[in-house]
Design a protein around this ligand. Structure first.
Ligand code: GRF
Length: 188
């Protein structure tokens, strides 16, 4: 029986698309649904292209937990991958999927993590701090932002002349390269 993974994304969803495409020819994984908290997120367009149903949960409904858990159970979801998902995962959902939810963070945790550290804010903070490297962190999700056990990190150099956009580009390249593979290694 294929392992069923739900992809969660708040924005563009390029990681979600990359993961679904990477595994599209495998019989190991299925991606039966995509969840977002934004009705106008571009990830819904990508979902259409991938022929994966996508759902929007407004913030309050998502944070209450019950409806999302019901939907995930209905689709017999085994694991959850957060790929650029910005809401905190409610405790009830963490408890329903213990050690079965992973997130990707676009920096080298424990640095540059926590509330408010997402997207361009992270890359701006890395540039402002004069860091000489950044990268990605794939980690388990617990009740606190960016604090679950680290599964994998990969690094890229940051040059003094790099803008936040340039750092973002390098980090995205690492995400595309490693995230789908780490999913196989963990659950395949
Ligand atoms: C990625 O950099 C991810 O690490 C982060 O948000 C970004 C999402 O990009 N937390 P996309 O929506 O997958 O294009």
């Amino acid at each position: 029986m294929p392992i069923k993974i739900a992809l969660f994304a708040s924005g563009s969803g390029s990681n979600a698309e990359n993961i679904a495409n990477y595994h599209s020819k495998s019989s190991v994984f299925e991606f039966p649904l995509i969840i977002s908290n934004k009705a106008d997120a571009y990830v819904h367009e990508r979902a259409k292209k991938l022929q994966i149903p996508s759902f929007t949960f407004p913030r309050e409904v998502f944070l209450a937990g019950d409806e999302i858990i019901t939907l995930l159970k209905e689709y017999e979801i085994d694991y959850i991958v957060l790929a650029g998902f910005l809401l905190k995962i409610p405790t009830s959902l963490v408890e329903a999927y213990p050690n079965k939810i992973i997130n990707i963070h676009p920096a080298l945790l424990p640095k540059f993590g926590g509330k408010g550290m997402y997207g361009q804010h992270v890359h701006q903070a890395v540039a402002d701090a004069g860091e000489i490297e950044s990268g990605i962190t794939i980690h388990y999700v617990n009740g606190n932002y960016d604090e679950g056990n680290i599964i994998f990190q990969a690094k890229c150099p940051v040059l003094p002349t790099d803008t936040p956009d340039m750092i973002a580009e390098k980090v995205h390249a690492l995400e595309y390269e490693h995230f789908p593979r780490i999913i196989s290694e963990l659950w395949g």
